[in-house]
Design a binder for this molecule. Structure first.
Ligand SMILES: [Zn+2]
Length: 506
């Protein structure tokens, strides 16, 4: 019987965030081991669900030692990384002899003392299984792929949508490549190249109908169609919040065997990324500009959705920056909801006071007042209390269960405010519904997210406005503090200098 190991260890790190993410950060979102992985993931639309579907279809014997879902934050703590890596490695050893391995990684797992967590995980598996067992992986396109990661695996398949709605398809593609390798049809090898820029491919956005990512995806599919030995051209736009040497866009061409033409395809794709480096379809504006823009939106059905890019938990933001909330309290819109502020102390105080009580709080802004504003001192009415557990409706990973931790819905000066114990990216309408709020009926919904919210929120929105509050995901601030990335690199260094280093003509 064919023996295959399936595992997922996913982390997206903002290496500028002050505090490392401890084991508890992952455990409260759900770390599963053994048979519990199958039970939890089989009915989702995750990459693990794609792995499991292929395993069932092929009748593989499977081992599922660990699945850690993606819960973006600061760097993973050394203790969490050691636990996950050692659980994975023990699972691999116990399952030997293996015929193949499928791994779902994120690609931007910075660890406290290890800038390349993904590479370290893949290499740990390779060291145990030896050189001849195929390892196929899926990635988020917001990956900074290291040479070690690309060198340790046989096939790479990143999602092709952003907001991401094709996790399962990426997992299936990796699993199909593994199936063909196990049948002896192909000998998959990764041919890899990295660009000379920190971001590119419009950060993988596929929302804009004819943006740079669509052009790159079309070229990728054409490269596959024109050469039967090109199995997958995987695009990674990079994840700019990581201060690591290997930051930035890369292309992984998974091909049948070795030939210089495969790496040439990767370099050709990166030249396209360079030529379109300045193409960015999201214009970030200040909080004040966002409020003014919202005032100018004509009346009509559906809410105005206003997102704070700078404090997005999905980008490792603390989720407690207050600039945007303060602006809305000072000039509220009709029927406004703010989702959410992470402030465990305020939640405890509001829960103790009980529904209907008025509590005086110093709300939010405790982690880093210099990044997006300090606490708001005011009186708040407690409207509702919740355990903060929600199940994604989709289209972003439907079926996945998320945890805000104990949470409350507060009222202050015309604004309903969700306050949670843990910070969470806002990507799903269920995150409002658990507080008794029907998002379709709101006038204005203010959230914290970079781009992922668009899949669920754009279809119901009268207008979408994205601003930067100055939080730790803010592009402007982070570009000032890079210490570890390779140089020269765009946009930190002069275009001509980077182009000369890259060997690009003008
Ligand atoms: Zn992503």
């Amino acid at each position: 019987m064919t023996r295959v190991l399936l595992a997922a260890i996913m982390h997206e790190a903002n290496s500028f965030a002050k505090t490392p993410a401890p084991i508890a950060h992952y455990e409260r979102q759900g770390v599963f081991t053994g048979d519990a992985v199958v039970a939890r993931y089989a009915d989702t639309r995750t990459e693990m669900a794609g792995f499991l579907e292929q395993a069932r279809a092929e009748g593989w014997w499977i081992a599922t030692p660990i699945a850690v879902p993606c819960a973006p934050a600061g760097p993973m703590s050394d203790a969490a990384f050691a636990l996950f890596r050692d659980t994975l490695a023990a699972g691999v050893r116990a399952a030997m002899p293996l015929d193949g391995v499928l791994l779902a990684l994120h690609g931007s797992c910075v660890v406290q003392s290890e800038p390349d967590g993904d590479g370290a995980l893949a290499q740990a598996v390779r060291d145990i299984v030896g050189p001849d067992v195929p390892i196929c992986i899926s990635l988020d396109p917001h990956s900074n792929v290291s040479d070690r990661l690309a060198g340790a695996v046989n096939a790479i398949s990143a999602y092709r949508t952003h907001p991401h709605t094709d996790h399962k398809e990426a997992g299936l593609r990796a699993a199909v490549m593994l199936t063909r390798a196990l049948a002896g049809e192909i000998r998959p090898r990764v041919h890899f190249a990295r660009g000379h820029q920190m971001r590119g491919f419009d950060s993988s956005r596929t929302g804009p109908p004819d943006g740079p990512m669509h052009r790159a995806l079309r070229l990728a599919r054409r490269m596959e169609a024109e050469d039967g030995d090109v199995l997958e051209v995987s695009l990674q736009s990079g994840y700019v919040m990581c201060d690591v040497w290997h930051v930035g866009p890369s292309v992984a061409v998974t091909a049948n065997g070795d030939h210089p033409r495969f790496a040439a395809l990767a370099r050709r794709m990166l030249r396209l990324a360079w030529d379109e480096r300045a193409a960015d379809t999201v214009k970030l504006i200040s909080v004040g500009e966002a409020i003014a823009e919202a005032r100018a939106v004509p009346p009509g059905p559906g809410p105005i959705v206003m997102s704070d890019f700078g404090d997005a938990p999905g980008g490792g933001g603390y989720g407690d920056a207050t600039h945007l909330l303060r602006a809305l309290l000072d000039a509220p819109f009709e029927n406004t909801v703010f989702l959410s502020l992470a402030d465990a102390g305020s939640v405890r105080a509001a829960v103790a006071a009980g529904v209907g009580a008025i509590v005086s709080l110093s709300l939010g802004g405790h982690t880093a007042p210099e990044h997006g504003g300090g606490p708001i001192a005011d009186d708040f009415e407690v409207l509702a209390v919740s355990d903060g557990v929600f199940t994604h409706e989709g289209p972003y990973t439907p079926g996945v269960i998320g945890h805000f931790g104990p949470s409350v819905l507060l009222w202050c000066r015309g604004v309903r405010i969700v306050v949670t114990t843990y910070q969470r990216n806002i990507v799903d309408l269920a995150q409002l519904r658990i507080f008794g709020i029907q998002p379709e009926d709101c006038g204005l919904i203010a959230i914290k997210c970079m781009d992922a919210f668009r899949a669920a929120f754009t279809p119901i929105a009268r207008a979408v406005i994205v601003c930067e509050s100055g939080g730790v995901c803010s592009r402007v601030q982070t570009t000032l503090t890079w210490q570890h990335t390779r140089r020269p690199i765009w946009p930190l260094d002069d275009d001509a200098l980077v182009a000369a280093a890259a060997g690009y003509d003008a």
